[in-house]
Design a protein around this ligand. Structure first.
Ligand SMILES: NC(=O)c1ccc[n+]([C@@H]2O[C@H](COP(=O)([O-])OP(=O)(O)OC[C@H]3O[C@@H](n4cnc5c(N)ncnc54)[C@H](O)[C@@H]3O)[C@@H](O)[C@H]2O)c1
Length: 330
């Protein structure tokens, strides 16, 4: 097993117990992880590598790297998307690729749940009005169209994150609707959600949360027409990718004060300092922190090591990535 990632990352993602798990099934190349596949040490290590355990900062695995790794059979990625890591040559050579996106989905779903509940309850608005000294705030807020009951949450994408959000929302008295062209009625029934088109989703939901991948088909899927259909004071949550939203159109709606937004990702990212979104009271910006961080990072490598253990025991991978699904996954 050869590690490939930012050197500074190793101590945050692989601890002694992880090392022990790896040592039990494989021999792990000593020394720092590979940050390139070209230098002499890289060539030596690649020559004997059966498995690459990769993470953020791993070099792209192209045909030249593969030529140096004649025995490579598994790329176990300890982070989310493999889009920038693997090239078609990896799949052409029959090398198994696995992703830890499922482990990364959990903190994103937890962040989303927290934001949905706060948004539905009208907390950001109440705080702003309270700070502004609203006299009869208690009564106006109490009687307002707020609260975690009898309302619809609209999720865009029954993705890994989207499905976990559905699970996390189960205990609450909220109606969950999903737009996903790959879901179908039977799929929606199995998840216990309403299968709706995008227009219905944006026009009927108090909170719209985006969980689709960044693909040509999803670019600006939330543009001026979709934003215009959103209900007054509805909240748009984006933890997916900034490009799914037309930010010029979004800025217009947010500056007008008609909508609320929770944006963990933006386009561009970060927003220029001149953007009004930094200061708007109806906008909550976070710096792409919804995914695994700090203590959550261990879960990612834990899953990658599980894939390596399964590979060593000749068991099928839990989360393989295939070439043909790259046009619909993150
Ligand atoms: N903010 C963060 O830190 C963070 C962390 C992890 C993931 N993400 C982002 O969250 C999003 C979801 O990630 P994931 O791993 O759950 O994705 P995923 O790979 O599981 O998503 C694939 C699924 O998306 C759905 N989909 C595909 N095209 C669609 C379309 N046009 N409209 C609606 N749904 C469509 C399909 O069900 C498909 O199976 C991605 O955009 C990802 O980049 C962000």
């Amino acid at each position: 097993v050869v590690l490939a990632m930012f050197d500074g990352l190793v101590d945050h993602v692989i601890d002694e117990s992880d090392r022990a798990r790896l040592d039990a099934v494989a021999s792990v190349a000593a020394g720092p992880p590979l940050a390139n596949f070209e230098d002499e040490r890289a060539r030596e290590l690649l020559h004997d590598a059966d498995v690459l355990l990769t993470h953020w900062g791993a070099p792209r695995i192209d045909g030249a790297a593969l030529d140096r790794a004649p025995s490579l059979r598994l790329v176990a990625h300890g982070a989310g998307t493999v889009r920038d890591l693997v090239t078609p040559a990896v799949f052409e050579r029959g090398i198994t690729v696995t992703t830890a996106a499922q482990a990364n989905a959990r903190p994103v779903a937890e962040y989303t749940l927290a934001m949905i509940l706060l948004a539905m309850k009208g907390v950001p608005d109440a705080r702003e009005r309270f700070r502004g000294g609203a006299d009869h705030l208690l009564l106006t807020h109490t009687l307002a169209d707020v609260g975690n009951a009898r309302a619809r949450v609209g999720l865009i994408g029954a993705s890994r994150v989207g499905r976990l959000v559905i699970e996390l929302l189960r205990p609450f008295e909220l109606d969950v609707a999903v737009f996903d062209p790959y879901l179908g009625d039977a799929g929606a029934r199995a998840l216990g959600v309403a299968n709706v088109d995008l227009d219905e989703l944006v026009s009927t939901s108090r909170v719209v949360s985006i969980h689709a991948p960044d693909l040509p088909a999803t670019r600006h899927m939330i543009g001026a027409p979709q934003l215009a259909r959103m209900r007054d004071h509805a909240t748009l949550i984006n933890t997916a990718r900034g490009r799914l939203v037309d930010h010029d159109a979004l800025e217009r709606e947010l500056v007008s004060g008609r909508l609320f937004a929770v944006l963990d990702v933006t386009d561009p990212e970060p927003l220029p300092r001149s953007s009004p979104l930094w200061e708007l009271p109806n906008v909550y910006l976070t710096p792409h922190v919804a995914g695994a961080e700090g203590r959550e990072l261990w879960r990612l490598t834990d899953l990658a090591i599980t894939e390596i253990e399964r590979f060593a025991r000749d068991e099928p991978p839990l989360h393989p990535v295939t070439a043909d699904e790259l046009d619909r996954i993150a």
